[in-house]
Design a protein around this ligand. Structure first.
Ligand code: EPU
Length: 416
């Protein structure tokens, strides 16, 4: 099993290009299922999760061709409406096929995802929404079985803003009869990206980025060429790396407007941040000031940046209170960070982080994607050697992370 070995303590500097967003690419690639033709996607990141979704689409009969960061998906030969347990177990985002397959093939069978490392993560709101469009839904032998001769537009209210739930319903509704109004939806940039992709294919969707999305159903969609937006979480991870190592890093091909809450918090720590078009330059402070963080749905501070920020707070001057308000079990990185000397106490959904002068390297174990990123960051600042095990979590969502950090001057390598 691969591991990443890091010699900590180097100041990082230079330029790093941010890749396409995993969480925008996943629903957008799945939306190819809605269309009877060949779509082309550019700036697709090369990640395990992207490979998994492509494997699932291929399993359903889509033809997929990859050329560098461009991917062509032709769903004309769609034949199988089932997402098997093995694929859904590896990647929960597989549930995104529910909406489009129901719309296109009128029936779908998707393994019900279990809980995962960061929380229970039910999909009740996805299913409730699909039922409101007229789908008949059963849970049989661990599978969600849904069918609908014809989906009919309706008004759907989400109890909680859910990212993939909103995306699933958007994709189901574009081919439904009449108008669908989705209320209290997620407002993440990835939702806007999906709206843009669907509209390029001829759908009539508006309101993404606000809490109400309106969809006027159309008869069919046509193929289009679509560019994936930059990954705001990869970008945020490099911003924190610069702040942590008193570095000076310029991020290129990123979207500063998607990082408002993260940039604001980093400025609070004393980091200097200059944005210019699609680049962000960040200079780490000599002394990191502690700030408090509350994760919230977008445009609040992203839960996907909580673990990385906790590392920064572990070496800050003062005490920071971090509350996790999206997932109920997203502090699994804490015990690993403690092994490096971090002083963190958890009570319920709140972590109190007392900044230390130094962390010291040790072997640690990655437990989920963003937790893995936090351990890499901790290794970059810890004295001595840190060995991060189980990096397959990291490979799900960060492309060539060790090469990118190495090019910025880090002492980091992968052992296979
Ligand atoms: N929820 C329900 N019922 C539902 C759906 C969600 O109770 O039917 C709850 C969840 O349990 C959670 C909250 O609603 O407490 C929000 O979850 P959401 O549905 O928004 O999360 P998601 O769509 O499963 C996406 C990202 C995650 C990211 C979250 C929050 C993708 C593929 N995944 O997950 O990304 O953390 O939104 O922003 O877009 C990651 O990339 O590492 C990652 C976990």
């Amino acid at each position: 099993m691969d591991k990443i070995i890091i010699g900590g303590g180097r100041r990082l500097s230079g330029r790093v290009r941010i890749g396409g967003a995993k969480n925008a690419a996943l629903p957008i690639l799945v939306s190819a299922l809605l269309c009877d033709g060949a779509n082309i996607y550019d700036n697709v990141p090369r990640l395990q999760d992207i490979e998994s979704i492509q494997r699932l689409l291929a399993h359903m009969g889509a033809r997929i061709e990859t050329d560098g960061s461009s991917v062509q998906i032709d769903a004309r030969g769609l034949c199988d409406a089932e997402a098997p347990y093995d694929l859904v177990r590896k990647m929960r985002a597989s549930v995104l096929v529910l909406g489009p397959l129901l719309a296109r093939l009128k029936r779908v069978r998707v393994s019900l995802p279990g809980g995962c490392a960061i929380g229970a993560r039910p999909i009740n709101l996805h299913l409730k929404g699909l039922a409101r469009l007229g789908a008949k839904i059963d849970i049989v032998h661990g599978y969600v079985e849904a069918e609908a001769e014809c989906l009919i537009g309706n008004e759907i209210y989400f109890d909680i803003p859910t990212v993939t739930g909103t995306e699933n319903l958007m994709m189901a509704a574009v081919l439904a009869q009449g108008e669908t109004v989705l209320r209290n939806v997620a407002r993440e940039p990835e939702i806007i990206a999906l709206e843009n992709a669907l509209n390029r294919m001829g759908a009539k969707v508006e309101g993404a980025g606000t809490s109400v999305i309106t969809i006027e159903g159309v008869e069919s969609l046509h193929p289009a060429r679509i560019e994936i937006i930059p990954d705001r979480i990869e970008a945020g991870t490099f911003l924190v790396a610069a702040a942590l190592t008193q570095g000076d890093i310029t991020l290129t091909n990123c979207e500063p407007a998607h990082l408002g809450a993260v940039i604001d918090k980093l400025r609070g720590t004393g980091a200097e941040i200059i944005t210019d078009g699609r680049t962000i330059r960040v200079k780490g402070p000599d002394e990191i000031i502690s700030v408090d963080v509350k994760t919230l749905p977008y445009p609040g501070f992203p839960t996907d940046m909580q673990a990385q920020f906790m590392v920064l707070m572990s070496v800050a001057d003062g005490v920071s209170v971090i509350s996790e308000n999206i997932f109920e079990n997203r502090f699994i990185h804490v015990s690993e960070l403690r092994r490096l000397g971090a002083d963190i106490t958890v009570s319920g959904n709140t972590a109190m982080v007392r900044g230390q002068a130094n962390l010291t390297g040790a072997p640690v174990m990655a437990t989920d994607l963003r937790a893995s990123a936090s351990l890499i960051l901790a290794g970059l600042v810890a004295k001595g050697t840190t060995e991060v095990n189980r990096v397959y979590h990291l490979d799900r969502g960060y492309e060539a992370i060790e090469e990118k950090f190495s090019a910025l001057g880090a002492d980091i390598r992968r052992e296979r």
